[in-house]
Ligand binder design. Structure first.
Ligand code: NAG
Ligand code: NAG
Length: 282
């Protein structure tokens, strides 16, 4: 995965991990680690085939990832709420943020409190994605009106910093959920029914209005907080940039530039070649 190791330096500081069952005769679990490129496409970092999702398999996977990809400052790892992921991250990394997928948490809330699914979905995800305390509080109040218990459940069960953008210790960018891992699981559906060796060959081929906001353009900041947290000019900043005839490219993070995109894919992937040739040469 040399290409991924070189490309990773040019991607946002978020790694989404997930485990999914393999369906071939010997079972097993496929662990994946992914990030997103400058254009929010899925960029695979690592995968492993293990017995199941447990403390040992996740810890081994994270140690290998750390060995290859290092521990970048302000790194955020996003996953579902599998306990062994949380244990493994604590054992392997000294200072990374672990965020949980807001979709998985929403499903837990929906099941536990038997609230109206649609209304809970809207309010909970809006709270998770909020860029400021006013919005966060507004959507939390909506949740209160659906079930008084939700507000108590959340900090006890899962700290705010784990699922709410506004409380997160590292930037989450667009990765409030682990949806990109689900997309890969779907893309690998056929592969997950194959025996291990052809399975790992196939993974390589997958690689192929009403409020007033104040923008501080020099500080790359806006009172809406979106510019600050996403490191991309928000709509207010874009208006200022256009009005002042500035170059919008100068106001987004390196991770969203054309240069980052080009650098991410700069290295080549060497195909494994035809299995027939491997056999005839041995
Ligand atoms: C996994 O690790 C946690 C924390 O280190 C521990 O409490 C738990 O018992 C372990 N689970 C198993 C099945 O060993
Ligand atoms: C941990 O990471 C945060 C940023 O995510 C940084 O501000 C802090 O200094 C780091 N702490 C240590 C002990 O490295």
């Amino acid at each position: 995965m040399g290409q991924s190791i070189l490309g990773w330096k040019h991607c946002i500081l978020v790694i989404v991990v997930d485990g999914t069952f393999l369906k071939a005769a010997f079972g097993g679990t496929l662990l994946t680690a992914l990030t997103q490129d400058a254009n929010r496409n899925i960029f695979p970092l690592a995968f492993a085939i293990t017995d199941s999702e447990n403390n040992n398999s996740w810890e081994w996977f994270f140690r290998k990832i750390k060995q290859c990809y290092g521990e970048r400052e302000e790194l955020c790892i996003v996953s579902d709420r599998h306990e062994s992921i949380e244990n493994a991250i604590k054992n392997v990394y000294t200072n990374v943020t672990h965020g949980v997928c807001s979709y998985h948490l929403f499903c837990n809330i929906k099941t536990k409190f038997r609230t109206d699914a649609e209304a809970t979905n809207i309010a909970f995800h809006a709270a998770a994605k909020a860029y400021n305390m006013e919005d966060f509080e507004k959507y939390m109040k909506d949740l209160d009106s659906l079930h008084k218990g939700i507000r108590n459940f959340l900090p006890n069960e899962v700290k705010y910093e784990k699922w709410a953008r506004i409380y997160s210790k590292s930037r989450r960018y667009a990765a409030m959920t682990s949806n990109i891992a689900e997309s890969i699981n779907v893309a690998l559906k056929e592969m997950r029914e194959l025996p291990v060796e052809p399975a790992s060959t196939l993974i390589y081929s997958v690689q192929s209005g009403l409020t007033t906001n104040i923008v501080n353009i020099a500080k790359k900041s806006c009172t809406c907080n979106k510019f600050d947290l996403d490191e991309l000019p928000c709509e207010h900043a874009m208006a200022v940039i256009r009005k002042m005839n500035l170059q919008y490219k100068k106001y987004c993070s390196y991770y969203f530039t054309k240069q980052a995109m080009l650098n991410t894919y700069n290295a080549s992937i060497h195909p494994l070649g035809d299995q027939k040739h491997m056999e005839s040469s041995t």
